[in-house]
Design a protein around this ligand. Structure first.
Ligand code: FE2
Length: 311
């Protein structure tokens, strides 16, 4: 599946048993592979495994008439893996073995551009371990941090740090549960996913009102945001280019940092298990992740948790 620079590979199994069924049985649907575009997949493999990464797959070459691709891979948190994709000698549409599919049924794009960030949920007291992994093994640096007081509500809490590569294109926030009065939504995720995994994929758009309107028209369900959120939001974030009314109608959240503001909205978990969900984000200068909205988001998530009876 592709829209602009976003590529999602959906995998299912053809026969009972096997690796994919075992994965789905344990985790439900989820993100197994986070693939990263590299200049040299052999070098990425040697470098990361030398620095302590556990090998997932040694470098191998895929070829067809359009050229060749080198792929290697390492394990990260839970049963999630990173593949390193070297495609400088390839001109095909995706990877060797794939061909463009042009059905009669046409789906119009919704304005989604690229993956802005992907968030990992890890177990109790494991955030720093995995941040160190991204620092030592991948050469990433920490972007911002906030403690659990910043992003806890009366009922749930978490801690979060953001790791990013040199040019800032790859951003991986890492969450761990923190103690609250009730069960942390991170702990709930880990219980239902049976381990650490990707919590959400944030997709960027240049026009969140248009994109979210189209997504809603097609049946995508987003987390409910209380109307009262909008009574005070402009006092918190100051002036914005957009009219408030359509943002309120759609339930789009707003946050500001030193460099600008951002608009964001979260889908409900896309599966029956309360695990993975998507975020739609439009950045207007802000480079952060909506810290000011954490409270509003968690309160919204907690209402859903309460409905499921897992709080
Ligand atoms: Fe996010």
């Amino acid at each position: 599946m592709q829209q602009d620079k976003i590529r999602l590979v959906l995998t299912s199994s053809l026969q009972p048993g096997g690796e994919i069924n075992a994965h789905i049985n344990k985790h439900g649907d989820g993100v197994k592979v986070v693939a990263l575009w590299v200049d040299d997949a052999r070098q990425s493999y040697i470098e990361t495994t030398n620095r302590g990464a556990k090998s997932y797959v040694e470098p191998y070459v895929l070829e067809d008439g359009e050229g060749s691709v080198v792929i290697s891979g390492i394990h990260t948190y839970g049963e999630t893996v990173h593949l390193f994709i070297e495609r400088k000698d390839y001109s095909g549409s995706f990877l060797p073995g794939y061909k463009p599919y042009t059905p009669k049924f046409k789906v119009e794009p919704t304005g989604l551009k690229f993956i802005d960030h992907m968030v990992g949920n890890v177990g109790w007291n494991e955030m720093n371990k995995w941040c160190e992994f991204y620092a030592k093994v991948m050469g990433f640096a920490q972007l911002v941090s906030f403690d659990d007081k910043d992003i806890s509500t009366d009922f749930t809490a978490l801690m979060s740090k953001v790791m990013s590569n040199g040019n800032g294109r790859i951003k991986f926030p890492i969450n761990e549960p923190a103690e609250g009065k009730k069960k942390s939504q991170i702990e709930e995720y880990i219980d239902f996913y049976n381990g650490a995994g990707v919590q959400h994929i944030a997709l960027a758009t240049d026009n969140i009102i248009e994109t979210v309107t189209k997504l809603k028209d097609r049946g995508v369900e987003f987390l409910y945001v209380p109307e009262s959120y909008y009574d005070t939001v402009l006092e918190r974030v100051g002036e914005i280019d957009e009219e408030l009314a359509p943002l309120k109608d759609l339930g789009v959240l707003i946050d500001r940092d030193d460099e600008g503001y951002l608009l964001q909205i979260f889908t409900k978990p896309v599966l029956d298990r309360p695990t993975m969900f998507f975020e739609i984000i439009q950045r207007k200068g802000a480079k952060s992740f909506g810290k000011g909205n954490f409270k509003a988001l968690f309160e919204a998530i907690e209402r859903e948790q309460e409905m499921r009876g897992t709080l």
